[in-house]
Ligand binder design. Structure first.
Ligand code: AMP
Length: 592
């Protein structure tokens, strides 16, 4: 396919306001690319077919979403190439000035006449550049951009400029418009991922949801378009995850315990680790019968960027722990000498590091915690329910030498999962998570499948409290067992302005570490007014800031309201009981 044909369609699409019409234009473009002549067919089996290139270009991509290859073309490299192709009177500053005027690189590129430098184009060609006078093809653009991406090391910027110049030099205005946008990742013609999915479905008469599934497992619109054309539905359905090719991460929504237990029979509760998302791909060494070959481990970020070299601990973990091929989803957490978690900022010192990794590793250690298993031993698990995937995860991470039943708590790298419908148990898991230095909890639908790239309702990160309340502590209870010398379960009250009385609204026992309980006991002990058994009445003196999920009417407390899932956030040492929140504020928060 000629690049001019692509540019022409891109122009039509850009001018088209209606989504349905856009799908139709993309469909036509795919069909045209699909019927491309022999001369444009790939040189080797690994080279993409024209339809693959077109399906990516139309979204402004050169390589598939899973591929971390970067063109590494900065704006100034592009301006320089445009300037050179535009003639001896133009330099990169002129290009920038026009950009300031016109506001968009496509308009700038289209404003020049590139014909004049034709004679020079021949020197600059990459592997794809054709002879002068021939029309530029989509394949030539792709192959030259591959060469641009491959240029590395000293002199690489000049090489990139030469290659780009060679392309611009053969462009008409409209071709230059879309080439400039493509190389700067600014295509923006209104073609989203859904558009290409629908267009593939229409062009090759395959159901949208099957195209969607194939896209989820491959992250490659080009490949899916080609397979849909050449092999139809059967081919699409046969597409699977590939170890070594990242999948988009499933994402979470904010949500409450109330929502989760309202919608599901039970919730799967996990700790929420404060680190960075990783996806681990592991392939064991091939046996001699299969030609040998080392084990291969790759680690990807949440955005499918490869971060393997920055995280040697994860590679070592995989090689020591895993037996068969696997794709695991989890979090990498920074830890201190005792193995306790450090804040997220620490992980960032390691995550995308390219230089001095060994030194960085000495400064900040990391460990992985996995909470999902997408593939194990040749089997894709995306369609399995969460509980089954988690069981598989546990198996995969359990050392083969372990005999009999291993306590999940002893399985290195495994995030624990509790199934429960009991809000109090959820509270106590939350308290343990916070006490162990983690962020809180995740609530997941135990029956849900893994939906790559979706921020759905099946995974919920417990919502941070929007409004907090400052309540007076009017009572407490002595703890039990190892907490017998600490006060806990604090009674919370607010003042009713009309009577001046303090009225109770709930009790808070969660979100408090042992260390904090000791501090609070010291703070409150001198205010004990009366004791009966474990229960203690306190003079109003100390104010707690508390979070909660909801304010409900309730006969249990004297205010007539109860805080649902109250959580201790801190002592408001700057506030006296008179400054604490009132019943009136509580009522106004309820009606918001
Ligand atoms: P957020 O980044 O606030 O949208 O929260 C979602 C992120 O929490 C995920 O992308 C993970 O990186 C992280 N996370 C930590 N622990 C878990 C867990 N147990 N399950 C899922 N995601 C988790």
């Amino acid at each position: 396919m000629e690049f001019a044909t692509f540019a022409d369609r891109a122009g039509t699409i850009e001018a088209e306001p209606a989504d349905l019409e856009i799908v139709d234009h993309v469909r036509a473009l795919l069909e045209e690319a699909g019927s491309a002549g022999e001369s444009e067919s790939p040189k080797t089996a690994r080279e993409p077919a024209t339809i693959e290139i077109v399906a990516r270009f139309v979204q402004g991509r050169v390589v598939p979403a899973w591929d971390s290859t970067k063109l590494d073309i900065g704006p100034s490299t592009c301006y320089e190439a445009i300037a050179r192709a535009a003639g001896t009177n133009v330099d990169a500053d002129d290009v920038e000035e026009r950009l300031a005027d016109l506001g968009e690189i496509g308009d700038v590129a289209a404003s020049y006449d590139f014909g004049g430098q034709a004679g020079l184009g021949a020197f600059a060609g990459g592997s794809g550049a054709g002879a002068d006078g021939e029309d530029l093809t989509v394949r030539e653009v792709y192959e030259t951009l591959e060469d641009v991406a491959a240029a590395e090391g000293s002199g690489s910027q000049d090489r990139k400029i030469d290659l780009l110049f060679g392309l611009f030099n053969r462009c008409s205005s409209e071709e230059a418009r879309y080439l400039a946008r493509l190389v700067l990742s600014e295509m923006r013609i209104g073609v989203g991922e859904g558009t290409v999915r629908d267009a593939i479905s229409e062009a090759f008469d395959v159901p949208e949801e099957r195209v969607e599934r194939a896209l989820q497992v491959s992250n490659d619109y080009g490949q899916v378009a080609r397979v849909a054309r050449d092999e139809g539905l059967e081919g699409l359905d046969a597409m699977d995850l590939e170890v070594g090719r990242p999948v988009q991460a499933m994402l979470a929504q904010a949500g409450t315990v109330t929502d989760a237990l309202g919608e599901w029979d039970e919730a799967a509760v996990e700790w929420k680790y404060d680190g960075a998302r990783i996806q681990l791909h592991y392939h064991p060494a091939a046996g001699p019968e299969n030609g040998g070959g080392d084990a291969e481990t790759s680690v990807f970020s949440r955005n499918m960027e490869e971060v393997t070299d920055a995280l040697p601990e994860i590679v070592e973990f995989a090689e020591e722990t895993l037996e068969g091929p696997a794709i695991l989803d989890g979090e990498v957490v920074a830890i201190d000498e005792d193995g306790d978690p450090l804040p997220f900022q620490e992980v960032l010192k390691r995550f995308r590091r390219k230089h001095d990794v060994a030194k960085a590793r000495e400064d900040v250690a990391v460990r992985p915690v996995f909470f999902d298993c997408l593939h194990a031993d040749g089997e894709d698990l995306l369609e399995e329910p969460l509980t089954a995937r988690h069981e598989r995860l546990e198996e995969v991470l359990t050392p083969p030498s372990a005999d009999g039943d291993v306590d999940p708590e002893d399985v290195d790298g495994l995030s624990l999962l509790w199934l429960t419908d009991d809000p109090e148990e959820i509270e106590s898991i939350d308290a343990d998570a916070l006490e162990s230095g983690h962020e809180g909890i995740m609530l997941k639908n135990p029956d849900s499948t893994y939906s790559p790239g979706r921020r759905g309702k099946h995974w919920r990160k417990r919502k941070p409290d929007v409004e907090t309340l400052d309540c007076v502590v009017t009572g407490a209870e002595w703890g039990e067992g190892r907490r017998a010398t600490f006060l806990g379960t604090f009674e919370l009250s607010v003042r009713d302005e009309s009577t001046g009385e303090l009225e109770t609204v709930g009790k808070v026992a969660t979100g408090i570490t042992d260390e904090k309980l000791e501090e609070l006991t010291e703070l409150l002990e001198s205010h004990i007014a009366a004791e009966e058994g474990q229960a203690v009445d306190l003079e109003p003196a100390v104010v707690f800031e508390v979070g909660y999920e909801e304010i409900q009417t309730s006969p249990t407390y004297s205010a007539g309201y109860a805080l649902r899932f109250p959580r201790f956030l801190g002592v408001r040492s700057d506030k006296n009981p008179e400054d604490a929140d009132t019943l009136e504020r509580l009522e106004s928060l309820r009606s918001e």
